[in-house]
Design a protein around this ligand. Structure first.
Ligand SMILES: [Zn+2]
Length: 327
């Protein structure tokens, strides 16, 4: 029997204060890479146990190692150099990287963490892996060596295709491409660019593939995204009071849907009843095999691991009840 209402996460967990501290000490030269790695792995185990206890079917490693979703990859790909501090979302700053040459894949960037998580989870849950997509990587960087943003995006797609291949070859069952920048440019041609980029990355993969998008105007995605070479489209819904459902309803939605049912910007925990009600709204026009309940976005935006757990548990409990009601 096919699993219905498969629960998942977007990927990140609040970073453990121990990891943040260890990272500081690593930068100051007070501890070595080995000690930092040990602290990251201990924190990863807690993320994994929390997700499983909450009733999540497809989990992630919690991205404890990623200080920033742009910088983490910029530091590991060839062609990038560190830039100046740029302000994003309120009072958050990151060093906007500069691409000074053709992008070069130097070796897997997320594979070891996936392997560790997958081995630790064992047969308790499936583990996916996510990486920042070429569209967002290009949009959030300065560039000097590329003709234009299109050229850079497709160059990045070629490099990231090798990351996807490495994960696929190792047996990673779900590969997710994170594209928070995708709906922030209103031009319709942006979707043509993304269609090309995704085709490059997902070509020949055995794994199921997903694209996560948050922020911006989701109506820009459709109908183009329905032809993207991916299996699942993962969106936020709770944060916009589920208005995105009205956009989806207009189309014959043939893909799977990552359905955000808890808001990661809100400290109150959504009730089980509320989550059930909102999942039922999606089930008015989608099958329960198609709908993947999950938080809107990465949980790292929440202030504590405890709150992240309670939000996940609400999803797990709601789905458990719905599965009984639907069977
Ligand atoms: Zn997101």
């Amino acid at each position: 029997m096919k699993r219905i209402l498969t629960t998942t996460v977007v990927g990140s967990h609040p970073r453990s204060p121990k990891v943040v501290e260890a990272e500081k000490r690593l930068k100051e030269g007070k501890i070595g890479e080995e000690e930092y790695d040990r602290v990251v792995k201990e924190a990863t185990k807690i993320c994994i146990d929390d997700q499983i206890r909450a009733g999540i079917d497809i989990i992630a490693d919690g991205e404890q190692r990623r200080e920033d979703m742009e910088v983490f990859f910029a530091q590991r790909l060839g062609g990038f150099k560190e830039g100046d501090w740029v302000r994003i979302w309120g009072n958050n700053y990151y060093r906007k990287p500069i691409v000074t040459g053709r992008v070069e894949f130097r070796g897997p960037m997320t594979l070891d963490d996936w392997r560790f998580a997958s081995e630790y989870a064992g047969n308790r849950a499936e583990v996916k892996q996510m990486f920042t997509g070429p569209y967002t990587m290009a949009d959030w960087a300065f560039y000097e060596a590329h003709e234009d943003r299109w050229d850079l995006t497709l160059d990045l797609a070629e490099a990231l295709a090798k990351e996807a291949k490495a994960l696929d070859k190792a047996g990673c069952p779900y590969i997710q491409i994170d594209e928070p920048a995708l709906c922030t440019h209103p031009q319709k041609e942006e979707m043509e660019l993304q269609a090309k980029a995704l085709e490059i990355i997902t070509k020949g993969l055995k794994a199921k593939t997903a694209m996560h998008v948050c922020y911006g105007d989701f109506s820009l995605l459709f109908p183009d995204a329905l032809d993207f070479k991916i299996d699942l489209i993962d969106l936020e819904f709770a944060n916009s009071d589920f208005r995105t459902l009205d956009i989806l309803r207009e189309y014959d939605f043939t893909k799977e849907l990552g359905f955000g049912v808890v808001d990661v910007h809100k400290r109150e925990v959504e009730s089980v009843e509320e989550i059930k009600k909102n999942i039922r709204r999606a089930l008015e026009f989608l099958s329960p095999e198609q709908v993947y309940p999950k938080p809107d976005c990465g949980l790292k935006l929440l202030p504590s691991e405890e709150l992240a757990y309670r939000k996940l548990k609400a999803i797990g409990d709601a789905v458990k009840e719905l599965r009984e009601e639907l069977s």
